[in-house]
Design a protein around this ligand. Structure first.
Ligand code: COA
Length: 435
């Protein structure tokens, strides 16, 4: 049978596909923009037919209907990263959370340490040889397709066809054609604060660096200020529209990358239609599996690797909490430690944690993000042994190779004015030295 016949024989409706999920299955959803709305919506609509179906994903941008109150008898959410759509379910005890480095997720799937009975993914229509692209999200989705007992895909003609690992139609059990809009992320707000933090970051980024930048106001502000740099390269967990703007300014050519020269290499994409049109059939952008892109042993080999990530709290020793607010699981480690370690090991590499020195309570009062102790229950995302540069709007603290006393001094220097006295008091108590 040729692939065209195979394809036709597996075509079905979303309702029919999800009827094959059985009680107790673990269903893995493709990551971020790759989540297939047609299949997920059909699964949620069919909820009454299931008991204890576990839902696993990292970033999820769909409706998250499986995590709604009242669904707990049918679905148990157990993500590897907490997005807004499942946060309440976890906080209210209607779900669980599984910590894992992003680069390790495919490895855990391969080893069977993460179960995957059913995978739901979004793919492009097949090419002339029967291969479909995983578009915006190759990450762990590729391995989940290899590991799953049942593979369900939504074939979407609006999904961009990207360079990187492809999957063949013979790997699919149920194929649903549905032309739905691809999720788009909203433009970020860049204010004076983000710009001040970004200026400090940019002062550390030299021409010819290879960059990893996440999503959000700070990375976007960094990208905006990099317009006059030359010969930058991209080896990043993801890119968004900001990177496209920087590419259009001529600052990115990947000339000095030690491998994947001339190409932007990422594991997923998150942006607007403009970004998806740019990457469509574009050999300059490769979307590859996360056990390649995020593996510290790969990242460390890149030329002048610089990574910029963010944090919720940092204590005076340099321990970073980036995924919890106290006991509350707010997000996940994602690729933070993958890149912090990879960039630190890269010749002339730099690992940066960039954040505002404060956040505000609902009543407008300041909460310092630099603290004597992490909040009770907080998880350490990046350890004090891994941390190097910490940047706020107030300056740069370089922590690698520094003693606890030196670290505390540097961090107090870049903390918010309103908490300096409190931090100094703690310093004096701890180190028996007047500041
Ligand atoms: N105490 C209490 N609340 C805090 C806080 C603190 N120290 N720091 C932040 N918050 C709250 C903010 O007020 C905000 O609340 P809101 O959602 O009610 O507005 C929320 O936490 C998010 O804070 P913000 O500073 O806007 O976060 P962000 O969107 O810039 O994301 C991280 C910051 C750290 C949560 C995010 O970068 C992350 O999840 N990192 C881990 C994964 C990672 O680094 N991946 C990297 C590869 S892309």
């Amino acid at each position: 049978m040729g692939w065209q016949e195979e394809y036709k024989s597996r075509l079905c409706t979303a309702e029919e596909a999800v009827s094959h999920i059985v009680d107790g299955d673990v269903v893995v959803l493709a990551h971020a923009m790759g989540e297939p709305p047609a299949l997920v919506d059909a699964m949620v609509a069919n909820a009454e037919q299931y008991k204890n179906v576990e839902i696993k994903h990292m970033v999820s941008l769909g409706s998250g209907g499986y995590a709604a109150p009242g669904m707990e008898e049918h679905f148990k959410v157990n993500p590897l990263f907490v997005s807004g759509n499942v946060r309440a379910a976890i906080e209210e005890g209607r779900g669980d959370f599984t910590p894992a480095f992003f680069h390790e997720v495919p490895i855990l799937l391969r080893k069977g340490k993460l179960r995957c009975d059913v995978v739901m993914a979004q793919v492009t229509p097949p090419d002339e040889y029967g291969y479909c692209s995983l578009g915006t999200s190759v990450d762990y989705t590729y391995q989940a397709i290899k590991s799953a007992t049942i593979v369900m895909v939504q074939v979407n003609d609006k999904f961009p066809r990207t360079y990187g690992e492809k999957v063949h139609v013979s790997e699919f059990d149920y194929i649903v054609e549905a032309s739905t809009s691809v999720y788009e992320s909203k433009p970020t707000k860049i204010g004076e604060l983000e710009e001040a933090i970004a200026r400090n970051c940019v002062s550390l980024i030299e021409d010819g660096s290879t960059l990893q930048l996440g999503i959000g106001g700070i990375p976007d502000a960094v990208i905006q200020l990099l317009g006059d740099r030359k010969d930058l390269g991209i080896h990043s967990e993801m890119i968004s529209d900001g990177t496209l703007a920087l590419y259009n300014k001529g600052a990115i050519n990947g000339k000095y990358k030690n491998f994947d020269k001339g190409k932007m290499v990422v594991t997923f994409l998150m942006g607007s239609r403009k970004l998806y049109d740019f990457v469509n059939n574009n050999p300059e952008v490769e979307v590859r599996t996360v056990d390649y892109v995020n593996h510290p042993a790969v990242i460390m080999k890149q030329h002048k690797m610089v990574c910029v990530n963010s944090a919720i709290q940092i204590d005076l020793m340099g321990q970073v909490a980036a995924e919890t607010i106290g006991l509350r699981q707010f997000s996940g480690v994602g690729g933070q430690v993958d890149f912090v370690r990879g960039a630190s090991m890269s010749e002339d590499g730099k690992s940066i944690i960039a954040m505002s020195s404060f956040t505000k309570k609902k009543d407008g009062n300041i909460i310092s993000k630099i603290v004597p102790f992490l909040d009770k229950g907080a998880a350490v995302t990046t350890s004090r042994n891994d941390i190097d540069y910490v940047i706020t709007e107030c300056g740069i603290a370089e922590l690698k190779g520094k003693s606890l006393r030196e670290r505390a001094k540097s961090l107090i220097r870049i903390s918010h004015e309103s908490v300096k006295d409190e931090l100094k008091f703690e310093f004096e108590k701890r180190f028996h030295e007047k500041l």
